[in-house]
Ligand binder design. Structure first.
Ligand SMILES: Nc1ncnc2c1ncn2[C@@H]1O[C@H](COP(=O)(O)OP(=O)(O)O)[C@@H](O)[C@H]1O
Ligand SMILES: [Mg+2]
Length: 232
C-alpha cells in the first residue's frame, strides 16, 4: 500500500532538506509518480519563496507554481511563528491541512518540507513535529553529515520516539565537502547510539541540479521503504 506522503524535517535549518527533496521529486518525475511538493510556511522570502521554486522545478508537474505550494510566505528569515507575528498574519493549522488536502489531490502523494527542525514553532501549540500528525504523513529526518550530527540526530530521534510520531527514516546529507573524520563514522555511531541505521548519506553535489541530485539520491539512499517502494 502506498504511503500518502512524507514530511522532511531537519535536525536544524540549512541541513539539506530542500536538496534531498529536489532529488526525490526528480526521481518521482522520471518514474511518472506524481509527487507533489508542499512548503507550508516559507520565511526569508526575498521576495519570492526560493525553497518552493527549487521544489517546483524539481517536481516538474504541469501547472504547479511556487506560490501554489507555499501558502504562507514571509519576508523575515526567522521562525514561522515569529515571522507570522511580525507580518500580522496568523498561521492556522486548519489552513495548512486544507492546503495539504488540495495539493495531495493534484498528484499521487505529498512531499512536505518543514521549516527548520522538529520543534520549530509555527503557532501556539503547533511545531514542525505537529505537521506529521496534521497531515498524517511519516517523518523523514535529515541531519547534516558533519561534526555535531550524532548528538543532533540522537536528540531528534528521542523526541520522535517520545511523541510517538510516524517515522520513515533518517538521511545524512554531505552539506560541505567531506572530511574523512566525520564521513566514515557518523552513520555507524548514530546506529549504535539510537538503533536507527541511516537510509544513507547523500554525497556532496555542488550546483543543485535536480537531475544530478536525483542520480545521487538514487545511488546513495535506500528508497525501498518510502512511498511503497515506487522510487526504488
Ligand atoms: N548534498 C549537497 N551538496 C552540496 N551542497 C549542499 C548539499 N546539501 C546542502 N548543501 C548546501 O547547504 C545549503 C543548505 O541546503 P538546503 O537543502 O537548502 O537546506 P535546508 O532545506 O535544510 O535549509 C545549500 O544551499 C547548499 O549550499
Ligand atoms: Mg529548505
Amino acid at each position: 500500500m502506498l504511503t500518502p506522503g512524507l514530511l522532511i524535517v531537519g535536525t536544524d535549518t540549512g541541513v539539506g532538506k530542500t536538496t534531498l527533496a529536489q532529488g526525490l521529486l526528480r526521481i518521482a518525475s522520471r518514474k511518472h509518480f506524481r509527487l507533489v511538493p508542499y512548503k507550508p510556511v516559507e520565511t526569508g522570502c526575498a521576495p519570492h519563496p526560493e525553497d518552493a521554486r527549487r521544489l517546483c522545478a524539481a517536481a516538474d508537474l504541469p501547472g504547479l507554481r511556487p506560490d501554489d505550494i507555499a501558502p504562507f510566505r514571509f519576508a523575515h528569515p526567522v521562525a514561522p511563528s515569529v515571522a507570522a507575528r511580525l507580518a500580522g498574519t496568523p498561521i492556522s493549522a486548519q489552513a495548512l491541512r486544507s492546503h495539504a488536502r488540495d495539493l495531495r489531490a493534484r498528484g499521487d502523494a505529498l512531499l512536505v518540507e518543514s521549516a527548520g527542525g522538529l520543534l520549530t514553532p509555527y503557532a501556539s501549540g503547533l511545531t514542525s513535529s505537529s505537521l506529521s500528525e496534521l497531515f498524517a504523513v511519516d517523518i523523514l529526518l535529515v541531519a547534516p553529515n558533519r561534526v555535531g550530527a550524532i548528538n543532533q540526530a540522537a536528540l531528534a530521534l528521542a523526541e520522535i520516539r517520545h511523541r510517538q510520531l510516524r517515522f520513515a527514516g533518517l538521511v545524512l546529507v554531505q552539506v560541505a565537502p567531506p572530511s574523512p573524520l566525520t564521513e566514515v563514522h557518523n552513520a555507524a555511531e548514530i546506529a549504535a547510539l539510537t538503533g536507527i541505521t541511516p537510509l544513507g548519506t547523500l554525497r556532496h553535489c555542488p550546483g543543485q541540479d535536480p537531475d544530478q541530485l536525483a542520480n545521487a539520491v538514487a545511488a546513495d539512499i535506500s528508497l525501498g521503504g518510502l512511498f511503497g517502494g515506487v522510487l526504488a
